[in-house]
Ligand binder design. Structure first.
Ligand SMILES: CC(C)(COP(=O)(O)OP(=O)(O)OC[C@H]1O[C@@H](n2cnc3c(N)ncnc32)[C@H](O)[C@@H]1OP(=O)(O)O)[C@@H](O)C(=O)NCCC(=O)NCCS
Length: 140
């Protein structure tokens, strides 16, 4: 098994990545919107095993003070082997800012806690679909 982490968008199959997200699971994604969100992110990380795209993550960053990480997901058969940590470390390193913020999918908080993240007391968000965010357990 040969792991390769890449940071460029050349050759990414966005339909395949949408399937990775769906299977992870991290929800259904429109491949065109998924591509746009990765293209508009300063830092992207793609995990390939033996040449096959198995996971990814992306970040917005001012490259000085704050990086915000989104959309870290792996195919189920490649979870629990340290790849999520590798993607997170790579995103933070590539972004190069002093501080990193994110919101966890409900139940995934222990993964981020292992990486040193702590729950914020004052974080707030305005989601496009408030009711859906409430139903997913993301906001009060
Ligand atoms: C969450 C996810 C990215 C984690 O990646 P991963 O490769 O499975 O995690 P790793 O193997 O790198 O785990 C790193 C550490 O966190 C721990 N960990 C990982 N997931 C965990 C969980 N759900 N609960 C508790 N601990 C967890 C691991 O045991 C490991 O601990 P160790 O260093 O003591 O061995 C991956 O499971 C995934 O894609 N899940 C589905 C999509 C999703 O929910 N993404 C997160 C969106 S916020």
């Amino acid at each position: 098994m040969k792991l390769q982490l890449t940071h460029h968008l050349d050759g990414i199959d966005w339909h395949w990545l949408a399937q990775v997200f769906e299977r992870a699971p991290l929800g259904g994604r429109d491949p065109a919107l998924l591509e746009m969100s990765f293209r508009n992110s300063q830092v992207c990380c793609f995990a390939h095993i033996d040449g096959v795209l198995v996971g990814a993550g992306r970040a917005l960053s001012d490259r000085v003070l704050w990086t915000v990480i989104y959309d870290v997901a792996l195919l189920p058969e490649h979870q629990g082997k340290g790849l999520g940590k590798a993607i997170m470390d790579s995103l933070a390193e590539q972004a190069g800012a002093a501080q990193v913020m994110l919101y966890a999918a409900p139940g995934k908080e222990p993964f981020y806690a292992k990486l040193g993240f702590r729950a914020m007391k004052t974080a707030m968000a305005k989601f496009a679909d408030t009711e859906r965010a409430q139903a997913r357990g993301l906001i009060e």
